[in-house]
Design a protein around this ligand. Sequence first.
Ligand code: AMP
Length: 177
Amino acid sequence: MSAPITDFSSYLRDVPDFPKPGITFKDITPLLNQAEVFTAAIDQIAEQVRHLRPTHFAAIESRGFLFGGGLCERLGAGFVPLRKPGKLPWKTYSESYQLEYGQDSLEIHVDAAAPGDRVVIIDDLLATGGTAAAAVNLVRRTGAEVVAAAFVVELDFLDGRSKLHGFEIHSLVRVSD
Ligand code: AMP
């Protein structure tokens, strides 16, 4: 059996000036593309939050979905989709948040979680934290508790953590510059 993967950074690809000039996009497709790496990433996130006994993973569209399903399967939790406006078919709560230029929104089904539920937010990447903070607000509006937020990559220099309070924050790779 090969040694467990402890450093996922070599499976991320920096794409300069994508989707616009000045942004270095952290492409996770190399990590997704290799079965043992993808599995190890989901396994490690699962172990980081297992002790919190999550009842649900609330995954942010769209790259959060890639990890949410596997995490639910490993920890016996339910899946909560957090989607872009107009995608969810039932009654929703909506939260807007600030992007670098302009605004965006996320939605949750009003009955996707409830008081007593222990929810972990999952996304591929934490940058400024606006998206994750909106996700936290949505989950809390259902009455559920947010017990953690977990990411594959965290851009430390944007300090997204400072927007997230009251629960554990985990990331597999922290990028310092
Ligand atoms: P933020 O709201 O600034 O924390 O941005 C986080 C969201 O935008 C996540 O859903 C990411 O998928 C995406 N994102 C932001 N910056 C990047 C980046 N440099 N590389 C890849 N995805 C990013």
